[in-house]
Write a protein that binds this ligand. Structure first.
Ligand code: IMP
Ligand code: MG
Length: 188
């Protein structure tokens, strides 16, 4: 049986945080199938396969399910960044692990679990642009459209969600709870 609520014990803060079920596994998978179909159609006449670049760690399940939902050849690579946010909205993104693929004259597709402030994706677009790919597309499963300060819109997204903290399906709270098959939203 699916848990409708999920309680997180934050041992540092010594408090319990309640999360409610938000997007069910079935609906996540349905949406991924439709994104998979779209990208297969959009890239099917490519001379060279697109390179999917997953943003670790959150992209883990999404990237895997997305690739399985496509019907074209794709290459893949991964990048890891960390973003620091002070009290103001201006944050700083730091590169932790870069890709190893050569992206010159290739179509690349960045795969994100969630776009929140948009800082990470803006940083990544600039980072990859300096290596002259033919094109850069952006896929995100979740999109906090209200608050994100995106320089451009993502090309593909799963769900537009409100500005609330979510966990599960790769998304973490203090590095935990990524394993959950459904996505849960904080109870406020
Ligand atoms: P950004 O604010 O768009 O740069 O978001 C960067 C990263 O913050 C995302 O890739 C996630 O790893 C993390 N993040 C943002 N919002 C959430 C959330 O609601 N739950 C879990 N992680 C989040
Ligand atoms: Mg992430």
């Amino acid at each position: 049986m699916k848990e409708k609520q999920f309680t997180v014990l934050d041992s540092e803060a010594k408090e319990e945080i309640k999360f409610n079920i938000f997007i069910k596994e079935k609906d996540i998978q349905k949406k991924i199938k439709s994104i998979g179909k779209k990208i297969s159609k959009d890239f099917k006449n490519n001379e060279k396969p697109p390179i999917l670049i997953g943003v670790l760690n959150g992209c883990l399940f999404f990237m895997s399910d997305l690739i399985k939902a496509t019907s074209i050849e794709m290459e893949m690579d991964f990048i890891k960044v960390s973003s620091y946010r002070g009290t103001s909205s201006t944050g700083n993104v730091r590169l932790i692990k870069d890709i190893s693929a050569q992206i010159v004259d290739r179509d690349i597709v960045i795969v994100e679990d969630i776009i929140d402030s948009g800082l990470t994706i803006n940083f990544l677009r600039k980072h990859f642009n300096s290596n002259s790919p033919s094109s850069i597309s952006i896929i995100t499963l979740l999109y906090k459209k209200e608050i994100s300060e995106m320089e451009i819109e993502p090309d593909y997204y799963g769900f537009i969600i409100p500005n609330k903290f979510v966990i599960g399906y790769g998304l973490d709270y203090k590095q935990k709870y990524r394993r959950l098959r459904d996505i849960y939203v904080i109870d406020e």
